[in-house]
Design a protein around this ligand. Structure first.
Ligand SMILES: [Zn+2]
Length: 346
């Protein structure tokens, strides 16, 4: 079959359709016929090559997917062929101490679909049975592909790691990507007052339509910490979700309230930062890291997607043949939400 990915690491010019055998489901695995897949920023890092993460080449991208059950491996008896499903992109071994304690996100062998193993932008994808969930009735394949990674990430980062409580002030740094569109909804669901801070004011209307209480444009003249500080009426922000890294994290930390939490879920603009730690001890604030989710967190997210309280935001949907064009949408200044690629037979 032809999947979309790369045969050698590098830039966007390496993106290609690659030939791989149709994958066979092993014991306790399921082969899914892909109805839709979605891209994440992670795909770009995987393409470039992540230090310490060896990838078998050629590699198929895509951490998110939804489709129908095509074939099941030995030991799988509770799934009907052609059942509509969506995929949990996080894979854990189920045997290490963290997994046995129900803290799968901390698994020492944690892997991500499309990063460590062949991904979903293909006719078929094989995943462990426990990564396959019924697609909620209200969701299309495109929505089922758009939702999982960004919502499970936002959920764990804000609820579990950020400990957002009703009435907290929460700020999300960056607008328009899949994570901010998920994080605004999750923070509102948790009862917070939510601001989105971004350099460009272009996405204000769409961000507010998702439920954000404020949209803060920042610049050299009006830096991030200042707009956050003013928004919080000089109390500081309780939880700040920062996936940008170098250019923003030091200023995010400066805007924290007493006992505030800056939750780092990525470093899209650079990983090395210099922090004034006096803010941390004097305000008893903290910088915390979060990634992906545990099984129970995924189940919570799925429940909210099924009830319609959380909704995937789709920027655009492309046919399989235009996957490279879809990938380039990441650089579009008007990007808002997830980039979806339909399966080749859709
Ligand atoms: Zn484990």
């Amino acid at each position: 079959m032809k999947g979309f990915g790369f045969a050698a690491h590098g830039g966007m010019d390496r993106l290609a359709y690659v030939d791989v055998p149709v994958p066979l489901p092993g014991p306790d695995e399921v082969r899914v016929r892909v109805g839709a897949a979605a891209f994440n920023r992670l795909d770009r890092f995987t393409l470039e090559g992540i230090p310490g993460v060896p990838v078998a080449l050629p590699h198929i991208l895509g951490s998110d997917g939804a489709g129908t059950v095509d074939e099941v491996g030995e030991g799988v008896r509770d799934l009907d062929r052609d059942a509509k499903v969506l995929l949990n992109p996080g894979m854990w071994d189920g045997t290490c101490p963290a997994c046995r304690a129900g803290r799968e996100a901390l698994c020492r062998n944690y892997r991500i679909l499309g990063e460590h193993v062949q991904g979903s932008v293909a006719p078929f994808v094989v995943v462990p049975r426990r990564n396959v969930h019924p697609l909620p009735d209200r969701m299309t394949f495109a929505e089922g592909a758009a939702a999982p990674l960004v919502f499970l990430t936002a959920w764990r980062a804000l609820k579990t790691v950020g400990e957002v409580r009703p009435g907290d002030r929460v700020a999300v740094v960056g607008a328009g990507g899949g994570i901010p569109t998920a994080a605004v909804q999750v923070a509102k669901l948790l009862g917070a007052t939510v601001a989105v801070a971004a350099r460009s004011p272009l996405k204000e209307a769409k961000t507010r339509a998702l439920g954000a209480d404020a949209f803060l444009a920042f610049s050299e003249e009006r830096p991030l910490d200042r707009v956050l500080w003013e928004w919080s009426e000089k109390n500081g922000v309780d939880v700040i979700l920062d996936s940008v890294g170098a250019p923003t994290l030091p200023r995010s930390v400066r805007a924290l309230a007493r006992a505030g939490r800056a939750v780092v879920i990525g470093a899209s603009a650079g990983p090395k930062v210099e922090l004034d730690v006096r803010t941390l001890f004097w305000r008893q604030a903290s910088v915390r890291g979060s990634t992906m989710s545990s099984r129970a967190e995924f189940d919570e997210v799925l429940g909210h997607l099924a009830s319609g309280r959380l909704r995937a935001v789709i920027d655009s949907t492309f046919p399989f043949e235009k996957a490279a064009e879809a990938f380039r949408r990441f650089d579009a200044p008007d990007l808002f939400g997830k980039i979806v690629v339909l399966g080749p037979t859709n």
